[in-house]
Design a protein around this ligand. Structure first.
Ligand code: SF4
Ligand code: SF4
Length: 317
């Protein structure tokens, strides 16, 4: 047997208390007890008003995502003793997932998440008349989207997303994983339109590449990788008007021509008006040594190595 203190986020606006707080519950439990089992025991044995969202208890439905000692996890997939060992703390703090408004205790309002999911058109849009039976796809083609198809919409990635914390309108990692799943499906006819849809304001180019979504996804979907692949699709479809796309292109040109980052070129290419002719910015760059006297000085010795690397990356994508 083991014993743990659970410091649980409480918020009960229905009872007239609009302030949130944390409440401690002590529980004796088995070594292998999961956080979800512990929360349900607390609910059954100590406080029936504790609100927890869950369904399958088997890491399939994605309902029980929450934060345990600051990290978003599926409560049903996380053993209490392992979480304690990982955080080096005998107390487990349980909070609702981030980037959402709480409704009651650990239950949040997921409306924005579902709205954004619907907005990426998460369904096949094939061309031509429907076949008699089905549209057959080679196994290798489906393998390209296998990882993204494993998404259970638990919103763990959304909870950890830095871009969302800064911009609540950002579409978010899960919706983009679904976007890629259909943009890369060879039965879909909307590749270019999808590239346009996903490249707009609050779109793929607003991702900060913090990688937390990849790190916290319990199903190995790697949504950041999906966003990267959507960027590649946008380039292939020549959807490169967005400032973010131009920025990525400028990096590539800079690496190809000089083998290293040329901030002068990147700034000017990304934002021709605000970047190239922005005198205060140019002055600051000069002061920090980021504005060389001549663009020719922006070259590394073994540039051919960089060129080979770029070629290899391109072939792998
Ligand atoms: S991508 Fe992963 S973390 Fe995000 S919703 Fe899907 S399964 Fe959950
Ligand atoms: S890598 Fe991008 S999408 Fe993923 S969590 Fe970070 S900002 Fe959000």
């Amino acid at each position: 047997m083991a014993s743990t203190t659970f410091r649980v986020f409480r918020y009960q606006p229905d009872s007239g208390d609009l302030e949130s707080y944390h409440q401690d519950f002590n529980l004796d439990h088995e070594e292998k007890t999961t956080v979800l089992d512990a929360l349900l025991r607390i609910q059954n044995e100590q406080d029936g008003t504790l609100a927890v969202r869950y369904s399958c208890r088997s890491a399939i439905c994605g309902s029980c995502a929450c934060k345990v000692n600051g990290k978003t996890v599926l409560a049903c997939m996380t053993q209490v003793e392992e979480a304690k060992a990982e955080s080096g703390s005998s107390t487990l703090q349980v909070d609702p997932i981030g980037n959402f408004a709480p409704i009651k205790d650990l239950v949040v309002d997921m409306t924005p998440f579902w709205d954004k999911f619907k907005a990426v058109k998460p369904f096949l849009i094939p061309d031509g008349p429907a076949p008699d039976k089905e549209r057959l796809v080679p196994k290798a083609a489906m393998e390209k989207v296998a990882k993204e198809s494993a998404c259970i919409l638990c919103a763990a990635c959304y909870s950890e997303c830095n871009s969302l914390a800064a911009d609540p309108e950002f579409v978010g990692p899960a919706a983009f994983a679904w976007g890629y799943r259909f943009a890369a499906d060879e039965r879909d006819s909307q590749r270019k339109n999808r590239a346009k849809l996903y490249s707009g304001q609050h779109g793929i180019w607003d991702c900060t590449r913090c990688m937390f979504c990849n790190e916290r996804c319990p199903k190995g979907v790697d949504p950041r990788d999906a966003i990267e692949k959507l960027g590649a699709i946008a380039f292939q479809e020549k959807v490169t008007k967005d400032k973010g796309a131009r920025h990525a292109k400028a990096f590539l040109i800079s690496m190809r021509t000089g083998g290293k980052l040329n901030e002068q070129l990147v700034g000017g290419f990304t934002d021709p008006v605000g970047g190239a002719f922005n005198a205060p910015l140019a002055l600051r760059m000069l002061q920090k040594g980021k504005l060389p006297a001549s663009p020719l000085t922006h070259k590394v010795k073994n540039r051919d190595q960089v060129t080979k690397l770029i070629k290899n990356v391109k072939e792998t994508i």
